[in-house]
Design a protein around this ligand. Sequence first.
Ligand SMILES: N[C@@H](CCC(=O)N[C@@H](CS)C(=O)NCC(=O)O)C(=O)O
Length: 256
Amino acid sequence: MFNSHNFDVLGSTLASTLRRWRGTMGSRKTAQPDKAPELFDREGCAHCRLVREALTELNLDAMIYPVPQGGVRHRQRLQELSGGGAVPFLYDPNTEEKVTGAQDIVTYLFRQYRAKEPPAALRESFINLTGSRLATMVRRGKGLKAAPSNTPKKPLALYSFESSPYSRLVRERLCELEIPYLLINLSKQQLADMGPAVRRLHFGEYKPLPGSKRDAFLKEHGRVQAPFLVDPNRSEGAGLFESAEILKYLNAAYAA
Ligand SMILES: N[C@@H](CCC(=O)N[C@@H](CS)C(=O)NCC(=O)O)C(=O)O
């Protein structure tokens, strides 16, 4: 049955296509630093998208503090750290570096964690920003504006990768509800990782790269599928698969 959720997934797939599926494949080499870099982010912001694409391509996890338009929850901390209110803004507790603006953040992340320059497709060029703005347009303003919400006691964790059409729907809602979360990138690293969870473009048993985050995820959950949400504030404990279920849960638990 084609319902509004399927329609949303279709729009989200188009958004990823407009960004030519950047934020899908991730490095096999980047080592996750001791502390997760902190990103003050707005899901629907064209500039922030480039930073999240870089995080996936570096296969780096980051603590996300959503700053939607009209949002207040993380504004004070953003102001204290950056001296302003603009997103994207990155604070890296490993180096104490503070960086404002997509171009500088992406360059910092690539130099710091891969010792190289970022690819041209992640620069804040006219063409890249146009694609990213069109992606925001097809999402019809989702993940841009704050919605009334309750504050979680502890931050959540989301397993995702930037171009994942299903995961984007969850990130949009987390942003609107100003819910802080650890973004764990399950970047694709080989051909066998490609395709939807139930219809991988690969024959035979699925084997992620040994020692990778995907490998650990498969061992823990018996499958690799994004999005996967973990809420330590939830009494039931276990994490949630399925974007529609996760959205239902977030609305029931945090929308005010
Ligand atoms: N019905 C699921 C579909 C999830 C899904 O297929 N996710 C894709 C990413 S968009 C996936 O996990 N692909 C397998 C992979 O990345 O290994 C949902 O709504 O969450």
